[in-house]
Ligand binder design. Structure first.
Ligand code: CTP
Length: 404
């Protein structure tokens, strides 16, 4: 969309018109920001009867525009500049009155004027009573706008604020933000559009007692970078994260877990319909046989802890009757290629990304290098930032996925 080529750079002008659904536009603005857009809200004068501009201002961090003739705002960014700024215009909710005036090409509010001046795509999310929606005048206007290339999202069918039930409700903010995401990806050609992926990341902590655990040095950075890269390519991304201190990648659904067994359960709960599973977590292979209820006290010179095996999540996913494309990781301190290839076969997975750990490479570093193997090939991804590496790995997965 626009010329950014990147979902996170897009500038969205969110138009809010007079309708009870205007209060939902606040949540929509929050979701759009969470997706990485810059959001400028423009309200029609009537919309201010339904929701206060301060609400939007607090969420978006920028002043809401609503007046056409506002010397202060015009001096800062005139309405034509604002029209040029926008890479996408979303009108949500769009009232019957707004739609009629838009169809007529009127320019008596700032939002209408912007819609005439803007070069960017315009999407409209109508919201009105079902009889109003069914009215031939509204339908005529909607069809006219569609013919001019505007996109109509919704309306949804359901309970209405007036008590009626039928088509006319504004699509829910989550649905609208998803539509915008899909739109961005379809216009930038995201290679995972329509695909569902599940990524595990970070370490697992296996408790010994209420204050101690067995863990490892995984930072989760690689898995989080992979989840971000997949989401940027349009994947519907679920990220199951062990205990790490990282921001949730934009557009991903994150589920936090602590132990290997919790990670296993979370994966199995979400694995249905998943097209690609990427096991990037450094899952503890063993856990203490028992977690003691109270803190273990100092005692003899030696102590023994019995460890029992954790389920192998990757192997279990790969053994499912309807299995996704499975990618594993192998962190090795020696014999990288030999061990990685052995894991590819043993776990019956489709691809494995091997990395050398130790020195300043691997777990806690921001950079990494990978040697990737699949059944008929291999590729060396040289040392670089984990985010660049993640993009290259995602591209490799896409190539293999699209081969069949
Ligand atoms: N893995 C998993 N569940 C486990 C252990 C590992 O899903 N209980 C996954 C990891 O996410 C990784 C891959 O398996 O993608 C390889 O993990 P690794 O621990 O290196 O392999 P192991 O099979 O445990 O072999 P070893 O520890 O002996 O090297």
């Amino acid at each position: 969309m626009g010329n950014s080529g990147n979902l996170r750079l897009s500038r969205v002008l969110l138009g809010v018109t007079a309708g009870i659904a205007a209060y939902k536009a606040a949540e929509l603005s929050r979701l759009l920001i969470k997706q990485g857009h810059q959001v400028q809200v423009v309200m029609t004068p009537g919309a201010k009867n339904f929701v206060h501009e301060l609400t939007f201002q607090s969420i978006t961090g920028s002043q809401v525009r609503h007046m056409l003739f506002d010397p202060a705002h015009e001096a800062a960014m005139g309405h034509i500049e604002l029209a040029r700024w926008a890479e996408f215009v979303l009108i949500a909710p769009a009232s019957a009155d707004f739609i009629a005036k838009l169809y007529a090409g009127m320019a008596d509010t700032l939002l209408h004027t912007l819609c005439l001046a803007v070069q960017a795509p315009i999407a409209i999310a109508p919201a009105m009573n079902r009889n109003m929606w069914a009215n031939p005048a509204v339908q005529h206007n909607i069809m006219g706008l569609q013919q001019r290339g505007m996109t109509i999202w919704g309306p949804a069918v359901g309970d209405q604020a007036c008590g009626d039930v039928g088509p006319g409700r504004m699509l829910e903010p989550l649905e609208l933000s998803q539509r915008l995401k899909d739109y961005c990806h379809s216009s930038t050609g995201g290679s995972f559009i329509g695909r569902k992926v599940l990524v595990t990341a970070g370490p697992t902590y296996e408790p010994l007692d209420p204050v101690r655990f067995i863990g490892n040095r995984s930072s989760g950075k690689m898995g989080f970078a992979i989840a971000q890269a997949l989401s940027d390519e349009g994947a519907d991304t679920v990220l199951i994260a062990g205990p790490v201190n990282l921001m949730t990648p934009q557009g991903c659904q994150r589920i936090n877990v602590q132990t290997a067994r919790q990670m296993y359960d979370a994966v199995m709960e979400h694995i249905q319909d998943i097209d690609v599973f990427i096991g990037c977590a450094a899952v503890a292979d063993y856990r203490p046989e028992m977690m003691l209820a109270n803190k273990i006290k100092k005692g003899d010179a030696e102590m023994q802890i019995t460890l029992v095996k954790n389920p192998d999540i990757l192997q279990s996913v790969a053994a499912l009757p309807k299995r996704p494309f499975c990618v594993g990781f192998a962190a090795e301190t020696e014999n990288l290629e030999e061990y990685a290839k052995a894991k590819l076969r043993a776990k019956n997975i489709d691809m494995i990304a091997a990395n050398q750990v130790g020195e300043d490479q691997g777990f806690e570093s921001d950079e990494n290098a990978l040697l990737v193997f699949w059944l008929e090939g291999e590729k060396q991804l040289s040392k670089q930032t984990k985010s660049t590496l993640a993009k290259q790995l995602v591209e490799l997965v896409s190539e293999q996925l699209n081969k069949d």
